[in-house]
Design a protein around this ligand. Sequence first.
Ligand code: DC
Length: 215
Amino acid sequence: MKTVITIDGPSGAGKGTIARLLAKKLGYRYLDTGALYRAVAWKAGQEKISLDNEDALKKLLNDIAIGFNGDKITVNDIDVSREIRTAEIGELSSQVSAMPVVRKGLFAIQRNMCLQGKVVIEGRDTGTAIFPESANKFYLDAGIEERARRRYEELKLKDSGITLEATIEDIKKRDTRDSTRENSPLTRTDDMIYIDSTNMGIDEVVEKILEHLKK
Ligand code: DC
């Protein structure tokens, strides 16, 4: 049976960690759709493309070759796995993701991977726009302070100048943009299983998802 498990939710909810582990346990592939937006943002930054220049973004989407293999992300064969994880690219990716031309450009990559089945896919619109027919949809959430704390722990390893306060502000800004944009905003729908991971450990969340999948 072809099975697609979608996990949506806001920044820092733990989607990446949970989806990766779940995929490993099930022997499924894993797709981090945020990394695709981050790769586009990185490339736009390299080429100094203004984010309101739709034609230039369209060309970028036509020319870009994004490779993903587990944790390794490449853009036209350049390994950008580390570069795309900065706070700056996080902010830029949220901005580019609001552009219809970018969402359209990345749709086929995500949809095709789902059509092959046996995949855990996570992001903001995987259960609503990419594979709405999935019978296994989850919405992973956590309180804003906890999400910011998790993101901060990740970011401070790469950027010693980062503060928790700045991370909270960044997350608030991204939450608003990601859930109020016109195109495929982050939305929780009735057919998604809601999990609040604020006070839960990683294994506990994975177990909870596995229990639901067994039902
Ligand atoms: O999950 P993340 O922080 O790596 O995602 C980076 C940005 O990409 C996020 O702020 C919004 C955008 N995104 C999106 O619009 N749709 C998705 N399915 C995944 C991410």
